[in-house]
Ligand binder design. Structure first.
Ligand SMILES: [Zn+2]
Length: 469
């Protein structure tokens, strides 16, 4: 080995979560890149020194749907707007457009870095960024059309999170309407322009260890059928994401424009399989639920955002019973805690069904284990990553460590640890977050927090003074 080459490392975890249960203690060997070489209940005799990971180690949470820039407006849209129809998704969307028009590239980077660092602090180790803020304030492509994509990559690198960047094709204001001037930063005039951006984004990602690029279609209302088929109807690799059926109004518009409901349209026209993530899918009829569950596509549910925007409840119970599986996303960033997302997801279903067991099949099955496992497994697929096992050989050692001393965790049986975390705990229960074998956050602080906050605060102050001038 040459001088200075990264060394193999040996970690001793008090307990490590496997699909089959907890391994305690667990000995993990990593290569110099933080990839797992070995996981064993017995220490390798050759190892000279073991680094202690003192706590209960679970795989890092996967955030399968994010618009990083919306972190800027989280909490700012909680007042009644001055319009005749009151406050709903569409009024919120107008506020979001105003927010999107303000951001310059350096501000995008600072806001995204802050959002990603907060995700890491709360236990996410990977994010799928659904990215449509492509052009400058006038709607003109930057001299490098991938400028904003590069900013998001730099933000993810600074925060230490894995990034699956999904550049998004966005062309229209509605099924039959041209884009409004407020959407000018999002719009690609042609699919060729969009495909060029994909090539540039892939080039920018280069050989970066922790960035990969997939495809995004904003929605059926924002992209015409022929263009959707051009991007997703042809063979392609990697993950593909699309917003669908978030609002009843959108379902009605789709029926009027195409004669089909949105999820039905996707099932009929696209080769849906595990590469595909459908974001929201809130409003489906029984046949759509059945066929979508059978397609092996993932539904990404964003419970806190869907609650905040008054979207409605995803039909999780029915979808799950038919074999459908889900991931979670922070979407509009009203919370960056995966624990809160999972709790909201389950509680919404319990309130609607007046039952407690939503996902479990057998007596004794743990609710926390089921929601965690689906969100992780399908989150990995939404990232375009393997999802064979927790901490499988060849994958990066990305983990969240639970604090055994925290009163919400202490003394709980091993089987109930995830339930204790999700239903009775909070981010306070985390000792920290690890990526590629290195701590990124510890005791409630991101290790780069001081500089990241300073740059974020400067960006916010500049945006505020721009707005006042
Ligand atoms: Zn979204």
């Amino acid at each position: 080995m040459s001088a200075g080459a990264p060394q193999t490392r040996h970690l001793r975890c008090d307990a490590l979560l496997q699909r089959s249960g907890w391994m305690s203690p667990a000995y993990v060997v990593l290569d110099g890149q933080g990839l797992i070489i070995d996981v064993s209940a017995a220490a390798a005799p050759a190892a000279s020194s073991w680094e202690d990971v003192p706590g209960y180690v679970i795989p890092g949470f996967q955030n399968a749907h994010s618009h990083a820039f919306q972190y800027l407006m989280a909490g700012l849209a909680e007042h009644r707007p001055n319009n005749a129809s009151g406050d709903d998704f569409w009024a919120w969307r107008d506020a979001m457009y105003r927010c999107a028009l303000q951001l310059r590239p350096e501000q995008m980077q600072a806001v995204a870095t802050m959002a990603y660092a907060e995700m890491v602090r709360h236990g996410y180790t990977a994010v799928a960024e659904f990215h449509y803020l492509h052009h400058d304030e006038h709607g003109v492509p930057y001299s490098d059309p991938a400028e904003m994509s590069r900013r998001l990559m730099a933000a993810a690198e600074a925060a230490g999170i894995h990034l699956t960047l999904l550049p998004v094709l966005y062309q229209k204001g509605g099924f039959t309407t041209a884009p409004s001037p407020k959407q000018r930063r999002f719009i690609h005039g042609s699919v060729d322009d969009y495909l060029d951006l994909l090539v540039l984004a892939e080039r920018a990602a280069g050989h970066a260890q922790d960035v990969q690029v997939g495809r995004g279609i904003h929605s059926l209302r924002a992209v015409a059928a022929a263009e959707i088929l051009q991007v997703l109807g042809q063979p392609f690799n990697g993950p593909a994401h699309i917003h669908v059926a978030e609002q009843i109004g959108e379902v009605e518009q789709c029926l009027k424009a195409t004669g089909m409901r949105p999820v039905d349209w996707l099932l009929t026209h696209l080769p849906l399989d595990q590469r595909f993530s459908l974001i929201h899918a809130t409003h489906m009829d029984q046949l759509e639920i059945k066929n979508l569950a059978a397609s092996n596509a993932t539904v990404v549910v964003a419970p806190s955002t869907e609650a905040n925007l008054g979207d409605g409840l995803f039909s999780l119970r029915e979808y799950w019973q038919l074999g459908g599986r889900f991931a979670i996303g922070s979407d509009s960033q009203v919370t960056l805690s995966p624990i809160e997302e999972l709790r909201w997801l389950d509680y919404g279903q319990r309130l609607r069904s007046k039952k407690r067991q939503i996902l479990t099949a057998q007596p004794g099955d743990e609710y926390g284990t089921e929601v965690f496992t689906s969100a992780w497994t399908r989150g990995r697929l939404a990232m375009g990553q393997s999802a064979d096992d927790f901490f499988s050989i060849g994958t990066a050692f990305d983990a969240v460590v639970l604090d055994p001393e925290h009163p919400a965790i202490y003394g709980k049986s091993a089987n109930s640890r995830l339930s204790a975390l999700i239903y009775a705990g909070s981010s306070d229960c985390l000792l920290g977050t690890i990526r590629r074998g290195h701590w990124l956050a510890k005791h409630g602080r991101h290790l780069g927090q001081a500089a990241i906050r300073r740059e974020y605060q400067q960006a916010i102050d500049t945006i505020r003074s721009q707005a006042q001038s």
